[in-house]
Design a protein. Structure first.
Length: 310
């Protein structure tokens, strides 16, 4: 047996900004919040930022990279050359989830010091400012740092950069002094504990194929720390799935199920209980064998190169 949770991500108020949740994707070292992907920058990507020449797979918003992005990328390249890739305490490119465009950057100025502290920096291109992206990205980075055992995160901004002051305070940082050049901000934690153990989750997402006139349910497996993280990873994959297909949309509905067993032969990967007074035949006919499903025999699906479905 396991436990499950349903989540619909459609907002009742489309103008509201969801509370960010940070999702760690271990295989790619990316971080995901409600509206953003904080992509761990590679040496090749940093080189293109410094040169100001996007590659074929890069999607840059107008105004990206800024001078600050170029400076941070150059520092990252220097660190990689001197001591190796500093990830996860390196540079991250801020990308919008809705279109994949890079709208800024943030990251750590170096590894964790002897006191458990790090210093961060960030920036958003002018064309994407004023929408809460900087605070959302910073909150995500702070949550990630805390999960890594960091006890203090520091940042600073020029005295006249009031917008940046607001970004840091909105993310939970507090003023920590000033000098003739900048104001300092920091956040500290005294109750830092190691990140909880990962569990396996089955996530079911629902899709609409507009041209075919059908709905599809897909089940994917994820290792995650919570239902929120599992659903977030499933939804990210769902949108990537739609991006590779024509006229297919994710309908913003997901259900997650936490497995009690490791995936393997006979493992229960998903379970959903639904109250109903219907007789068995009527229940199956109403919810499963409605006659509108697109199915085929196991042999036919094998001939088509598809997985078995019974």
């Amino acid at each position: 047996m396991g436990s499950w949770r349903r989540a619909s991500t459609a907002l009742d108020n489309p103008r509201a900004i969801p509370s960010p949740r940070v999702i760690v994707l271990p295989a790619m070292s990316d971080l995901v919040t409600a509206r953003l992907v904080l992509h761990a920058m590679t040496v090749g990507e940093a080189g293109r930022v410094v040169a100001g020449e996007p590659g074929s797979g890069d999607r840059w918003a107008p105004g990206y990279p800024t001078d600050g992005d170029v400076f941070a990328a150059r520092r990252f390249l220097g660190t990689c050359a001197d001591t190796g890739d500093p990830q996860p305490f390196g540079n991250y490119e801020i990308r919008r989830r809705e279109d994949g465009r890079a709208i800024g950057g943030l990251g750590f100025h170096g590894p964790v010091d002897a006191d458990g502290g790090v210093t961060i920096g960030y920036g958003i291109v002018p064309s994407a400012q004023g929408q809460g992206y900087a605070s959302e990205a910073l909150r995500g980075l702070l949550q990630f740092a805390r999960a890594q055992g960091v006890t203090c995160v520091r940042g600073d901004a020029d005295h006249d950069n009031v917008a940046s002051h607001h970004v840091m305070t909105a993310a939970g940082m507090r003023p920590a002094g000033q000098d003739e050049r900048v104001r300092y901000f920091e956040i500290t934690w005294t109750d830092v504990t190691p990140t909880s153990e990962l569990s396996w989750y089955g996530v079911r997402c629902v899709f609409r194929h507009r041209e075919l006139g059908v709905y599809e349910e897909r089940l994917t497996l994820w290792r995650a720390r919570s239902f929120d993280e599992a659903i977030g990873r499933g939804e990210l994959e769902a949108r990537e799935y739609c991006a590779d297909l024509d006229a297919v949309e994710y309908v913003d509905f997901a259900e997650a199920y936490r497995m009690y067993d490791e995936p393997g032969e006979g493992a229960e990967v998903f379970s959903l209980m639904r109250e109903s007074g219907l007789p068995a035949d009527e229940y199956v006919g109403r919810f499963f064998a409605t006659g509108a499903e697109r199915t085929a025999t196991a042999a036919a699906r094998t001939d088509l190169g598809l997985g078995e479905q019974r």
